[in-house]
Design a protein around this ligand. Structure first.
Ligand code: TMP
Length: 247
């Protein structure tokens, strides 16, 4: 594997996701992730462009991935290049999304008939098959292994790391008077190892203000609870201690 390029040149668009684009660089081992302002929900059925969302998410993700890496979880993130662009190791994404839940909410509440807001006695790890065509259906580890999406050791590694990430993020948000209700992670393979890939942002997390239960995450958009741009700018202030200013 080559060292991260010092001045990566943004090349061909390799992949366009709902909230990010992935570009090749001159080095096949490294890619540039570009954070868009787009917000989508319900597998793209609901869409909007939210000004400042891309750079705020990029900045929060870089910060949280840095904390997680410092806590011993290897990540694909290398460094920030510009407000929207970040350098990442190129990985092969494992098509198994890992969700960690501390509090009952969202699809877990719905499918199990439990009210949102109940703290779980310990974190619950869930798996979803990463497939837009199938709407990311829930799966278990056996299905992932037998259908060839991930090896047993990879799932064990992903689970352990997701729980470590949960410890780090729970403490981080708790210090800011916020409960980390749940979040989704994606992992990738590079040189035979598993790395935490993708982002950690309020798009893929549920963050509830303590005491009020106010949503400080993408549920504001999914559930029409207010202005997502205002929510993300507020989160910027909470995380960095200063109001967001476009660079
Ligand atoms: P869920 O309760 O809808 O299953 O969501 C669990 C967590 O995963 C929540 O923090 C939001 C995040 N998530 C994504 O990042 N992408 C998705 O497509 C969905 C449905 C949820």
């Amino acid at each position: 594997m080559s060292n991260a390029p010092l001045h990566p040149v943004v090349g061909e668009l390799l992949y366009e996701g709902k909230a990010k684009q992935v570009y090749a660089t001159e080095d096949a081992d490294w890619v540039v992730m570009r954070f868009k302002d787009d917000a989508t929900a319900f597998n793209g059925l609901k869409k909007a462009s939210i000004s400042d969302k891309g750079p705020i998410n990029a900045k929060i993700s870089a910060h949280l991935l840095g904390l997680v890496a410092a806590a011993g979880v290897p990540t694909a993130f290398a460094r920030t290049l510009s407000p929207r662009d970040q350098l990442f190791r190129r990985v092969e994404i494992v098509p198994v999304e890992v969700v960690v839940r501390n509090v009952v909410a969202g699809s877990f509440a719905k499918k199990l008939g439990r009210p949102e807001g109940e703290w779980l006695a310990r974190p619950v790890v869930e798996h979803f098959y990463k497939s837009d065509a199938l709407n990311d259906p829930p799966i278990n580890e056996d299905a992932a292994i037998v259908l060839g999406w991930a090896a047993a050791w990879e799932l064990a590694c992903m689970r352990e790391r997701a729980l470590r990430v949960n410890e780090v993020l729970l403490a981080f948000w708790a210090e800011r008077n916020i409960d980390l209700v749940d979040f989704k992670l994606e992992f990738g393979r590079a040189d035979g190892a598993i790395l935490l890939a993708d982002e950690i942002t309020p798009d893929g997390s549920r963050l509830w203000e303590r005491g009020t239960g106010r949503h400080l995450d993408k549920d504001v958009f999914r559930r029409d609870l207010g202005d997502l741009g205002d929510t993300y700018r507020e989160l910027h202030t909470i995380v960095f201690g200063t109001a967001y200013r476009a660079e």
